[in-house]
Ligand binder design. Sequence first.
Ligand SMILES: [Zn+2]
Length: 362
Amino acid sequence: MKKYTLLLFILVFLIFCSKKEDNIKLNPVEENTGKNINIIFLIGDGMGLAQITAARTINNDQLNILRCKNIGIQSTHAADKYITDSGASVTAMACGQKTNYYTIGVDVNGNPITSILELAEEHGLSTGLITTSHIVDATPAAFYAHQDDRFQYEQIALELIFKDVEFFLGGGQKYFDQRTDGLNLIDSLISFGYLVVQSLDQLYGNNKAAIFIAEDKPLKYLEGRGDVLSNSVTVAIARLKENKDGFFLMVEGAQIDWACEDNDQEYLLAEMLDFDRAVGKALDFAEEDGNTLVIITGDHETGGYALLDGDLTANTVEGGFMTIQHTGSLVPVFAYGPGSEEFTGIYENTEFFYKFKEYFGF
Ligand SMILES: [Zn+2]
């Protein structure tokens, strides 16, 4: 068994070396443009208009999301299904192609397709991924992994360690250090120059940072997760903006979806307000920076959530759910900053990739 583990480690190391060479070819120094153009892409998983309306109502009619002046609408269906999963819809946004249900980062034939995060890395920008789910779950994974089965978490973890993402935060440490193949990918991350920690307070220096906030799924906000989502946006931006070529940062409010699947409004509203605080941090930076495009959207609606009654004085809402599944309705897109006017209108979720590419000038 030990020999087998050692052989696997050597194999991983060799793959790493070959990838590094690829990166060198793709990242010639002359590509350092110093353009300092940034995109912060915030995805409220399962977030439709009713979820936003409810959060606004209980929060005195105010949300950071509503600071955006350019509003669009996107269509989320998968290539092979009217109602999408996060794998297919986030792949469409990240890579620009409609694909099949339960796949990530591959086309309808199972061939890998390049994401905007991978393009950003190739062009010398810094990248970051933040989620309140585990870091190998479909939404973050669609930006860096290529699997025809989104539940291959150990494979997905193996893909992440080679991607050179400068900052990532989420749960799922067990897919790195308690693996069926016996590999310890935490050791690999450290050997690849990462600082690996379990909370934002433990960060120091300016190495690449991997923050695992849970062995498996992170806590709900109501269970005491704290403000790690909004705080991590501030910390990630401070680190990523050091790269004068710019950065791409994806932030996911993952448990909006889980709350709707549980048909639990109290859980939903806590996750919505937590996500909105993260949006606020991104918008504050964009306002000050002037070179940052911020996009906020959902990957689909979840729960068929509808508002049945409410009280604007008491700041209360009474909502109901149609289903414990995702639904097929169009979802809103909120855009802020230079280029945000490109995100108005009604379009397919594949458009994000092309609009992002154009904004970066790739
Ligand atoms: Zn989703």
